[in-house]
Design a protein around this ligand. Sequence first.
Ligand SMILES: Nc1nc2c(ncn2[C@@H]2O[C@H](COP(=O)(O)OP(=O)(O)OP(=O)(O)O)[C@@H](O)[C@H]2O)c(=O)[nH]1
Length: 268
Amino acid sequence: MTQEKKHTTGMPDVQSSADSRQIAINKVGIKSIRHPIVVADKAVGVQHTIANFNMYVGLPHNFKGTHMSRFVDILNTQSREISVENFPVMLQEMVQRLEAKTGHIEMSFPYFINKAAPVSGVESLMDYDVTLIGDIDGDDIRVALKVVVPVTSLCPCSKEISERGAHNQRSHVTVTVTSKDYIWIEEVVALIEKEASCEVYGLLKRPDEKYVTERAYDNPKFVEDMVRDVAARLNADKRLEAYCVESENFESIHNHSAYAMIEWTRPA
Ligand SMILES: Nc1nc2c(ncn2[C@@H]2O[C@H](COP(=O)(O)OP(=O)(O)OP(=O)(O)O)[C@@H](O)[C@H]2O)c(=O)[nH]1
């Protein structure tokens, strides 16, 4: 007897009953459930963190409801860790357990990278928001990696027209990639940070602060420059099947953001 059946034998199963409305549901399941996960860490082997999961399946028109408890059960399966490597297996397990054809999982987690300050070399952790987005439709499985990288951007126009200074701000550069091969989170972060006016750090001493201020001033970027320069680097990566690069600059001279986005898919 399966785990799900042994506690419920003899009880009415409303969700399995028929529905006559002739309307299929694209996504049904659970949203915002937290669970510990393990992520491969390029520097130290593994990193333990906590992910927020959204897990959905498609529901055919003739069923009243899905089986919500089974999604949680998949997270609690003891026979394997929840990891980036096991993510496709989770997608397969989910559609199998839910008797569905299509499924979608989003696994969002903070990921920490130890960075050295640019002059003093003092080390500190920086946190990055990472999401794995998986879709399964029959035998077709697609997994995208999304990384949000906070950086500094400095406005080229402001630098040109002002007698002193230039407005600069923190920006979020978000890259979402699908790839034939494994892509390290660290690779995506490094690629983006190289193209920013300057990268940001958890801990900076005064010599570092002077360096990042001057580095940003010497390296001004519009939001358009940011997404184009990151896209040019992504274009050179032959492993990629598709990408989306976005930049949101939280403008320090406005109460709104500047935003740009480039999407690319490898031609068939
Ligand atoms: N389908 C559905 N279930 C819900 C919803 N809200 C809460 N639930 C609960 O999800 C729980 C049942 O999950 P199931 O997986 O169907 O439970 P079960 O029938 O005991 O388990 P199985 O034998 O695996 O089907 C019940 O407590 C439901 O009331 C909802 O909006 N839709």
